[in-house]
Every structure is written in structure tokens, then in C-alpha cells.
Design a protein around this ligand. Sequence first.
Ligand code: NAG
Ligand code: NAG
Ligand code: NAG
Ligand code: NAG
Length: 396
Amino acid sequence: MKTFLGLTALAAAVSPVASVAVWGQCGGQEYTGSTVCDAGSTCTELNAFFFQCLPVTTTGAATGTTTTVTTTSTAPPSSSGTCANRTKFKFFGVNQSGAEFGTGAVPGTWGKDFTFPAPSSIDFFVGKGFNFFRVPFMMERLVPPSTGMTGPFASGYLANLTATINYITVTKGAFAALDPHNFMLYNGAAISNTAQFQTFWTNLAGQFKSNSKVIFDVMNEPNGIPASTAFALNQAAVNGIRASGATSQLILVEGLAWTGAWTWVSSGNSAVFGAIKDPNNNTAIQMHQYLDSDGSGTNEVCVSSTIGAERLAAATAWLKANNLKGFLGEIGAGNNAQCITAVSGALCAMQQSGVWIGLSWWAAGPWWPATYFTSIEPPSGLAVAQLLPQALLPYL
Ligand SMILES: *[C@@H]1O[C@H](CO)[C@@H](O)[C@H](O)[C@H]1NC(C)=O
Ligand SMILES: *[C@@H]1O[C@H](CO)[C@@H](O)[C@H](O)[C@H]1NC(C)=O
Ligand SMILES: *[C@@H]1O[C@H](CO)[C@@H](O)[C@H](O)[C@H]1NC(C)=O
Ligand SMILES: CC(=O)N[C@H]1CO[C@H](CO)[C@@H](O)[C@@H]1O
């Protein structure tokens, strides 16, 4: 048998195989691709999930030409194996889109305009070790415009939303963030009345006040109002949530300019959000970050392999200076080698900083098109095969 094994191994070694570029994956659990690295790099086990083609340092002197080989000290880390002294995230997961879909369809039809996350998708991520789900929903479906945001809840939509939240938190034991995905617009107009918004949150938090795994994400990406108004509305929501009796759960507040980390300081958010007050001292700043040229998350090309860490640096410094915690509620990028390295670099920088308590990938959800490049919906969302094992799982 030994001989046969040797022959088989030899046969495998001499048959033509595509080789993996530097920083690419070359092994690990569930990996089925090539285990041969390009010249100048060597396949190195970083953890059970991920073997990577790491560059071998060379002077290039033998040929007298400049080589493209980089050393590990100048390249960003591409897995936790090269990310020293990190603090793990307390919350790590994905967005679960669906209930907010169907913009303009109010209330819209379940199964046609909107849907709710698939339990099988939640099972998949919990099975991988994730413990957090951000669940976007549409305010107008929960509190119909006919009776306004301080009026009664629409029972069917609340029941379905609650079923999703309970599946995540009770059945699976993970955390679920309630995310009114409304950009601080309600029934076509900017929300500006802090008292009404506070009541909306008192009512909603009251539904979940006894569930310690529920997180209150005040408003997705406030837009079209001054930063000071966005801040006042967030502060009112914090006050309303605590007044409901929900005193232990995490609250996440978001700023203007798509709550972008890279523009946190230049957008004016940094000038106002440092003053957030929570009587129960459990509020974090939620920021979002995409890695394409305009930061919109609409292009699968990342600016560079270091752009993730670079775009977070100023926000991280601001969080530290203000003694606040950050939560990266949306990050997304293409499923390609440069983006995988950029995402990995971002996660490493966040975990080394100690000020980021969580992260959620944008996005899972049953209705993303097969071509949506940041889709992480199992089994075949484009981010599932490579980005998930290479850039996310190493940071669990
Ligand atoms: C990690 O932390 C240890 C203990 O504080 C320290 O000795 C070591 O130099 C640090 N390593 C890096 C790469 O920062
Ligand atoms: C709630 O979900 C059920 C299916 O479980 C569906 O029949 C119903 O239409 C949904 N209602 C709303 C308002 O989402
Ligand atoms: C608030 O909580 C943080 C830990 O999350 C702690 O470091 C800080 O001392 C607390 N502040 C107050 C005023 O209790
Ligand atoms: C970057 C990105 O994909 N943003 C999407 C967030 O989700 C809403 C709908 O939930 C989309 O309209 C955005 O394009």
C-alpha cells in the first residue's frame, strides 16, 4: 500500500495543475482548489480553514531585476494567522436582507415585494460560528402611515419580524439587531420630530425588552438632514429605548453620509456624535464601509489591497479619542484576491485596535441576484466560496 500511495502522490504531483497567486488560498478544510503556489510563494497553514500562498523574501539580485515579491512585513495580513495581538469581536455576523425590500410598495405584498430571512441561511452562519444578524425592515410596514409612527403596529408584519428575531435569538442563541432601514425618511418625508421618533422606539423596544439578545439599531444611514438633527434623533431613540425598560441591551447609533467610516470625521458626524449619552452605558457607534473607489459598495473592484485598513484608520482614532466603541454594521467587497486581502486587513486592524466590538457583512438574504457580488447567501452567493473562509472566518 505504501508504494501505491507514493505512486499516487507522485502522479498527482506531476499532473498539470493551475497554481495559486501570492496571497491566494492553497488549502484548508472544505477547500478543493489547487495546492500549488506561484513561484516566489509557498503554501503555509495559517489555521484549519485556511492555507495561504505567502511570499518568500528574495533580493532579486540573481537576475538583477526588480521582483514583484513582497515581504510579509510590508503586506497587509491576510488571515488571523498573521494578525498579532487581536481582540476578537463580541458580535460577528451578516446582514439578512428581505423585509425592507420593495421600496415604494407600502405595505406591499409578502412573497412579492418583500420577504423574511430564511431560517436555513441563519442556520448556515450559526454553524460557521457567527453570532450576529442585522435584520433590516421597513418602518411603514410596521407602523402604517395611516396612524403614523407613534401608532399601533401592523400585527402581521410584527409577528413575522418577531418570528425572525426569535428564531435568531431564542432558537439559535445568537444576537439580532432590529434595523429600521429607512434612511430617516418616513412616508416620503424626513423624520424631524424627536418626540415622535422617541415614542416609536419606546414602543418597539417595549416588544423586546425582556430579550437580552436583541440589539436596537436606531436607524439605517440617516440622510437628508443636518448632522445635529441626526444626532438629536438618535439621542431621543436611546432615551426612548431605555425608558421602555430595555436597559441592558446594546444600542447602535448611525450618522450621516451613509454612516461611512472613511468620512466619519469629514462628514461632520465626529463633531456631534461624541456627545451621545446612554444612562445604561451600552451604546456603540455603527459605521459602514465599502472598499470600491467611491465607497458605495457597487463595484467589485477594490481600490487596493490595503484600502480596508486605510479607510477605517481615522474613525478608529476618533473612537479611541472619545472612549467609544465602534460596530461595523456593513462591509462588503468583491470576491477577488485584492478585495479578500483588503477585507482581511480591515478586520485585522479593527481587532488590533480593541475599539470595534462587532462587524456584519453586507449581505445575506434569499432574494439577492446570483450576480450580486457581495451576496453571502448560502449555498452559492458569490462571497461564500472564497471570501467567507479566507477573509471572515479567520477572525471569528
Ligand atoms: C504582542 O503582545 C505581546 C505582549 O504584550 C508583545 O510582547 C508582542 O511584542 C506583541 N506582538 C506584536 C507583533 O505586536
Ligand atoms: C407573514 O408570513 C406568512 C408566512 O409565514 C405570510 O403568509 C404572511 O403574508 C406574512 N405577512 C406579512 C405581513 O409579512
Ligand atoms: C461604560 O462601559 C465601559 C465598558 O463597555 C466601561 O469601560 C466604562 O467604564 C463604563 N462607563 C461608565 C461611566 O460606567
Ligand atoms: C451597498 C449596497 O448593497 N447597498 C444596498 C443596501 O440594501 C438596499 C436595500 O436593502 C439596497 O437598495 C442598497 O443598494
